[in-house]
Design a protein around this ligand. Structure first.
Ligand code: FES
Ligand code: MG
Length: 573
């Protein structure tokens, strides 16, 4: 591509008053006139924030990226994006994923950028940046911030999230003191980085790599490992080359790449949230990915990676074992390795010479952690006509075929207020139903689907039960939790019509979830059903509720699917 064809030349190469304005103000940062010589301008989209602890080190990562951009002859310009931190944001970061994606998209398009490096980490920041960048389709490379070092508590490894749920259940069952819990807080998060379980952040980092959008081998490098900074510098260099080669996300984000990602997620024992994010990202690039694709593609894929929450190890171990490239190599018979990566080479070439260094952490297809079908199952049936998901590897084998009576709560708070009640009418066969927790209903589609177990059951030694909701679950969570029921109850799905005492039948082998109530009775209930009122909603939340798609469509906004490209907007002055 000749220099004058670059998008940034429309700004920095302009003559007259506009060119003066574009260059002069930039020079207040100490840039000499030579940086406007037509070199590639690389934006560094940084979701750094002290409110997003998982991304709080990304300014240091950005400095390494800048070194690489300068080194390759580009001009790096770092800018902040919205940031979404799971530990603090309410009511849920998912309410804002599409807002962040929209912000990233518009910021890239409105500025004199030829390419972009995306710096993400915490769960939603990765899909949001990918969605935004995909809808612009300028050359882009992602650098996720890397996981924290393994948690260490009293001689054993503890994992982000997963052990929060576990330790708290132990505390509620009287096995762990409050002081023990406080000690564990400091032991769990002992370095910079995102959750080091195979939760949503690690899953999405791996899938960004599988999709070809970040450098191979990079997702698993711990945040504090010096190799992450060398990697970030390499990504900066590569971003400049991507512009020169005009290698854009649409070359990577093909249907086959999404199919690879779906299979890789199954082998990782990855997060159920990946389903929602991949559907949404596919929607941005016009790939008609559906829930049925997940079911069809993962039928023969065993879980190969022994990481929490499905298994024993953590991301540090995964990195030392060889990381994601080993998994892709193991799945070679299933994947389309002719897919392009951001390196400019296909996966087939990238995988040449890759080795596994620890077969306990990453298994072979012949000796997997769990047999095929243990990833995320897609359920259908009279309770979820448009689908629901259940993470088999995180569920209890004895509950996968189950029939029980519903105990229904209209709001998750109604349940948590009584879950310690000794008189709660539950037994091990009860099916807990939580509704109005979907995209529109909560609103925002929160991670409340793995509600705590009732104390009476915990005290009786029962650690799991079937829970059904239109909510999501943390990628670090576990339990026999049916999630993402669609249509959600607030949209009038059958979930809205369940009553306490109704029988519900779950058959994971049959991929079914049914409400065993006669159709005539359901019709009577439907006639009396009123959608929940939404008084006084304004701003983003109103826009979101009016336009959000259901879980089976990735919960993007209806008007954000597709792309607006990277044309240069009209002048501002
Ligand atoms: Fe940020 Fe888990 S809370 S990655
Ligand atoms: Mg999470």
């Amino acid at each position: 591509m000749s220099t004058s064809d670059r998008r940034s030349a429309d700004w920095f190469g302009a003559e007259g008053r506009n060119g003066f304005i574009h260059r002069s103000w930039m020079r207040n940062q100490g840039f000499g006139p030579e940086v406007f010589d037509g070199r590639p301008v690389i934006g560094i989209a940084n979701s750094w924030s002290e409110l997003t602890p998982c991304n709080a080190h990304l300014r240091d990562v950005a400095e390494a990226v800048k070194r690489g951009v300068w080194e390759a002859g580009g001009l790096p310009l770092e800018f902040p994006t919205m940031s979404l931190g799971e530990p603090l944001m309410r009511p849920t970061t998912m309410l804002f994923r599409n807002l962040m994606a929209m912000e990233v998209e518009e910021t890239i398009r409105a500025n004199p950028l030829d390419g972009v490096v995306l710096l993400s980490g915490c769960d939603k920041t990765t899909p949001a940046q990918l969605m935004g960048a995909a809808s612009v389709d300028l050359p882009a490379i992602m650098v996720t911030g890397g996981p924290m070092l393994n948690g260490k508590f009293r001689g054993r490894d503890i994992g982000s999230g997963t052990d929060v749920w576990r330790l708290h259940e132990e505390h509620r069952a009287g096995k762990l003191s409050a002081a023990d819990l406080t000690e564990a807080e400091g032991c769990m998060s002992r370095s910079r980085g995102h959750c080091m379980t195979m939760g949503t952040a690690s899953t999405m980092a791996c899938l960004a790599e599988a999709l070809g959008m970040q450098l191979p081998g990079s997702a698993a490098i711990p945040a504090v490992d010096s190799r992450r900074y060398a990697l970030a510098q390499a990504a900066g260099r590569r971003a400049v080359e991507l512009v020169e080669e005009d290698l854009r996300p649409s070359r990577m984000l093909t249907r086959a790449a999404f199919e690879n990602a779906v299979m890789v997620n199954a082998a990782l024992g990855g997060s159920t949230n990946a389903v929602v994010h991949l559907l949404a990202l596919a929607g941005r690039v016009g790939v008609a990915l559906t829930l049925d694709d997940f079911e069809r593609l993962t039928r023969d894929i065993p879980v190969l990676v022994d990481l929490m929450p499905s298994g024993r190890f953590l991301m540090e171990d995964f990195y030392y074992a060889g990381g994601l490239p080993v998994v892709l190599g193991e799945l070679a018979d299933h994947l389309d390795l002719g897919q392009m990566t951001v390196t400019g080479a296909t996966w087939k070439d990238v995988l040449d010479g890759v080795q596994c260094w620890n077969r306990e952490v990453i298994r072979t297809v012949d000796e997997p952690v769990q047999e095929a079908g243990a990833g995320t199952a897609v359920l259908r049936g009279s309770l979820c006509p448009d689908g629901a998901v259940l993470k088999v590897s995180a569920a209890s084998p004895g509950l996968l075929e189950h029939r029980g009576r519903a105990l229904v709560f209209d709001r998750v708070e109604d349940y948590t207020a009584v879950c310690d009640d000794p008189d709660l009418p539950v037994d091990p066969s009860t099916v807990l139903v939580i509704r109005n927790a979907g995209p529109r209903g909560y609103p925002g589609f929160p991670e409340v689907g793995n509600v705590p177990m009732p104390r009476v059951l915990l005290e009786a030694g029962v650690e799991d039960m079937v829970r059904v909701s239109d909510a999501r679950m943390s990628g670090t969570g576990y339990g026999t939790c049916v999630l993402h029921v669609a249509p959600e109850s607030a949209a009038g799905g059958p979930l809205a019509l369940v009553r306490t005492g109704d029988e519900i039948e779950l058959s994971v082998a049959g991929r079914k979830l049914d409400l065993l109530v006669a159709p005539e009775e359901l019709e009577r209930r439907r006639a009396a059903w009123q959608p929940p009122e939404r008084p006084g909603e304004r701003g983003w939340q109103r826009l979101y509720v009016e336009h959000v798609l259901q879980a089976d469509r990735g919960a993007d906004l209806d008007f954000l699917t597709g792309s607006s490209g990277h044309g240069t907007p009209r002048h501002s002055h």
